[in-house]
Design a protein around this ligand. Structure first.
Ligand SMILES: Cc1ncc(COP(=O)(O)O)c(C=O)c1O
Length: 397
């Protein structure tokens, strides 16, 4: 955890929450820390490198707009058809790349639901395609809707989460797109978060990185053969995610990197390459009950040691069971014996934990994409007070 997450910091947050009348679980976003992270990302991009915001990791329209403005980008990565529609509503000029291939029925549903007055927005969307079979389905979809679809090919650069490695299948997919009058090659996506996670065993990591880049380079060479150098240079050449954004020092392969998580830095992203990013989001939840002893349920009816209360502080909070770990007050932990509850989670700590009902417990999310969506309110802290309330995607203000 960052050393700046001091007791004073959380006490200021707590005072701000109370002043704002917030008394139920809330997702807190520290705007100064978020801005530091956005600037840090933007200022360290190599020349000519674009930034695509991973929307699922920052799932709030206001948050995405804030990041887009400050980072100077309209590129978004979406992960389902409903999200794509929400993103287009929030940022009508956005360029949206799907970060996973959607079943063609989902794409069909999206196209059917888009009003004809907004049909032009179809060109702003890149559909990720991972196999020749799916490509044929999207070709049929384009024919059915009599529209042109922008196709982005998922390239397997070693993650093996699907996609086409360079070779015959990719050749056939490229030839199919080149021939089809309603399909356009919008780009490639080669996701490789494994590169920083592999153990550094006898050069494995270095070989995996070189291997991934060689595969992407070979796939680009195939695109040049079908679509020419200028098209291949200009098309979307997407790579990276939070763990790997810092690996790209020029635009020889990728001309854009995608990340979202690094900007709020949940604890799963505490990695050396992201050391200059700061944790910027927390869960704050009020304490409902405090017991200055640790008592098992029905302990008084048990024999022997089990029958005795232990010294310590037991706390029940409002809500719980989030993918998050307590960070303040210090020394709190979950109990294997008590288990977890989404209704009134139990936390325990030492005798010196100083907390009373209506005070807040702060937790740091492990990840953002699912956790942010569990809160109806995102409270934006400006260093002194709660300056804004944002809503997560899917909740209207
Ligand atoms: C295709 C793709 N690109 C990039 C990312 C990185 O997202 P983030 O850095 O927000 O975790 C993901 C995450 O799942 C992804 O699936």
């Amino acid at each position: 955890m960052s050393k700046h997450l001091s007791r004073d910091y959380f006490l200021t947050l707590q005072a701000a929450l109370k002043k704002a009348g917030l008394a139920e679980p809330v997702l807190l976003l520290d705007r100064q820390r978020l801005n530091h992270n956005i600037d840090n990302l933007r200022d360290n991009l190599p020349d000519g490198m674009n930034y695509r915001i991973v929307a699922k990791s920052l799932p709030s329209a206001a948050l995405l707009e804030h990041v887009g403005k400050r980072a100077g980008t309209q590129r978004l990565m979406s992960f389902n058809a409903v999200m794509t529609r929400q993103l287009l509503d929030a940022m009508p000029k956005a360029d949206i790349l799907h970060g996973k291939p959607l079943p063609v029925a989902a794409a069909d549903g999206f196209l059917k639901s888009l009003p004809t007055s907004r049909a032009r927005q179809i060109n702003q969307i890149q559909w990720l395609v991972d196999t020749s079979a799916r490509l044929a389905e999207y070709a049929a979809l384009a024919n059915k809707h009599r529209c042109t679809l922008q196709i982005n090919l998922e390239i397997d650069v070693g993650l093996h989460r699907g996609g086409l490695p360079p070779g015959d299948d990719l050749h056939q997919a490229l030839a199919f797109i080149a021939k089809h009058r309603r399909l356009e090659l919008a780009g490639y996506m080669g996701y490789e978060p494994h590169l920083t996670k592999l153990p550094d065993l006898e050069g494995w990591k270095a070989r995996a990185k070189k291997g991934a880049w060689d595969l992407y380079a070979a796939a680009l060479e195939q695109a040049r053969a079908h679509f020419g150098a200028a098209h291949t240079e200009a098309m979307t050449r997407n790579m990276a995610g939070s763990p790997t954004i810092r690996l790209y020092k020029n635009t020889r392969l990728a001309n854009e990197v995608a990340t979202g998580s690094a900007l709020v830095k949940p604890s799963d992203f505490d990695a050396p390459l992201l050391a200059s990013f700061q944790p910027a989001s927390f869960i704050a939840t009020p304490v409902l009950k405090v017991d200055k002893q640790l008592r098992l349920p029905a302990h008084e009816f048990a024999n022997g040691l089990l029958g005795e209360a232990e010294k310590g502080t037991a706390i029940f909070v409002h809500g719980g069971y989030w993918m998050a770990s307590p960070v303040f007050p210090k020394g709190l932990s979950y109990s294997q014996i008590f288990g977890r509850s989404s209704n009134q989670d139990y936390l325990q700590g030492g005798v010196r934990v100083s907390i009373a009902p209506d005070d807040f417990v702060f937790l740091r999310p492990h990840q953002s994409e699912a956790v942010f969506l569990q809160f109806p309110k995102i409270a934006v802290f400006d260093g002194k007070r709660i300056a804004d309330i944002w809503t997560p995607l899917g909740v209207s203000a």
